[in-house]
Design a protein around this ligand. Sequence first.
Ligand code: ADP
Ligand code: MG
Length: 291
Amino acid sequence: ATPMSIMVGVGRGAQAGILIKSAEALERMEKVTVLVVDKTGTLTQGKPKVTGIRATGLPEDELLRLAASLEQASEHPLAAAVVAEAQARGLKLAPVADFDSPAGKGVSGTVEGRRLLIGNADYLRDSGVPTDAQVKEAEALRAEGATVVLVAVDGTAAGLIAIADPVKATTPDALKALKAEGVRVVMLTGDTRTTAEAVARRLGITEVEAGVLPDRKADVVQRLRAEGEVVAMAGDGVNDAPALAAADVGIAMGTGTDVAMESAGITLLKGDLAGLAQARSLSRATMRNIR
Ligand code: ADP
Ligand code: MG
């Protein structure tokens, strides 16, 4: 496109809350055949709430207090939900030492001399914690669309916390508009398959890549590109940044992390996907100008 038509497109985008950083992103948007979209914080509000707690061998509030004490040190939306629930129950949190947060797995640390692990079942298992007693109950909660994190205290599974993240109000219509234009939609998430599929089903998404570790998200984008697709990737998190950079068009949420915005050619300032269809018509108009 000519510099002039690009400038016009960028200007119109800005008015609609669509921040276009790269001319290529604007040019390619109309040619996109697949939208790969992160679940947490992109399709969903990313402000999850605790919807259930199961404790084994200690009172529920005590499990929550320990878990929240550890999660204070994490910036993950799931962590915020656990801390918020503890605060709502008036629990007093303790300081945490030796904090670690392996990406896409969970968190660990020491609280009041006790060694805590919170995260998905693989993470606990890899750390030598048997989780068999928790797995069935966790699966039932996941089938309802909740994300379930397991809590281990001193090497023993001590319970689980179910956290549900409501879908953004604008998500269903945004996806409908893209699908009407024949765009294939693939959900990409580090969350488990059961939770991811419950959310996908509600949104009419049939393709789900679940349990994807942060450093593999870009691989999914690359694979689709190798299959000849023109790939747009929409995400909000630090863990989405490599995939955003690997896509033909990276789309960040304005409500997400700075790293995501820096890696993307387009930022949807309102923080939802409503601007996507608009970005495509903008792209079409821009390209038509030069033909
Ligand atoms: P998404 O791709 O959906 O944004 P992430 O890759 O950030 O999800 O996280 C994947 C999984 O890792 C979560 O579903 C959760 O099981 C676990 N996890 C990550 N961070 C935390 C945390 N702070 N507390 C508990 N679990 C966590
Ligand atoms: Mg996310």
